[in-house]
Design a protein. Structure first.
Length: 218
């Protein structure tokens, strides 16, 4: 195994992973257990490079186009929530539009982001739902992040995820999602099934690139 590859899959912790190839001078791995693909850790951006890339994003709270994009997750989530549910937008970014949309629907929503809302206090609570939109692809330690996210959800609650699902390896080299330097791990629909099964969660793909993971009730 190349020393540049992770010693085990960062998503499902299965070992070993295999080389997927080199693209734009960077090496990538693939996991045959969960279907995830990812960047070799030696190529991960540091925090300063990550922040510089994120600062280019223009995701404003009141942007109608951005709200339509987020509604692919928000609409099916609203349909599943009891009135006045309490949630957390994990990785809310500089413009927490999703939190605003869900608050407008009558739900309480806290926010957390390691760069833009770094107060850790919301991470000490548990919630009826946790949203994570366009965030999971940035996880440097995804298995640990999913453990953390699951611990934030009350029994019977939902972890609502949005990320662009990877499909055919033949398209990987030219895939726009891969070319963002802060995107380091890529999931398939079946990857989330493995993530859920390992933790005893339910898993439902509710829309294109949107999956809901349900923590079982007490």
């Amino acid at each position: 195994m190349s020393p540049a590859l992770p010693p085990a899959c960062p998503v499902c912790r299965a070992a070993p992973v295999a080389a997927l190839g080199r693209f734009d001078g960077k090496g990538y791995w693939r996991c045959e257990t969960c279907g995830a693909r990812g960047l070799n850790p030696a190529h991960y951006p540091d925090r300063a490079a990550e922040r510089a890339q994120y600062d280019w994003h223009e995701n404003h709270v009141d942007d109608p186009g951005y709200r339509r994009f987020l509604d692919r997750l928000a609409a099916p989530l609203r349909a599943r929530l009891a009135p006045g549910s309490r949630g957390l937008d994990y990785g809310c970014g500089p413009g927490p539009a999703l939190a605003a949309m869900l608050r407008e629907a009558g739900h309480g929503v806290a926010v957390y982001d390691p760069f833009y809302a770094p107060d850790p206090a919301p991470l000490a609570a548990r919630y009826d739902f946790v949203t994570c939109t366009e965030v999971a692809e940035h996880f440097h330690a995804p298995a640990s992040e999913f453990d953390r996210l699951g611990a934030l959800v009350r029994p019977g609650g939902l972890l609502a995820m949005m990320t662009c699902f990877q499909t055919e390896d033949a398209r990987f080299a030219n895939w726009h999602y891969r070319k963002d330097p802060t995107h380091v791990v890529f999931y398939r629909a079946e990857t989330f099934g493995v993530i859920a099964a390992q933790r005893g969660w339910g898993c439902e793909v509710v829309a294109r690139n949107v999956v809901f993971l349900r923590v079982p009730g007490a």
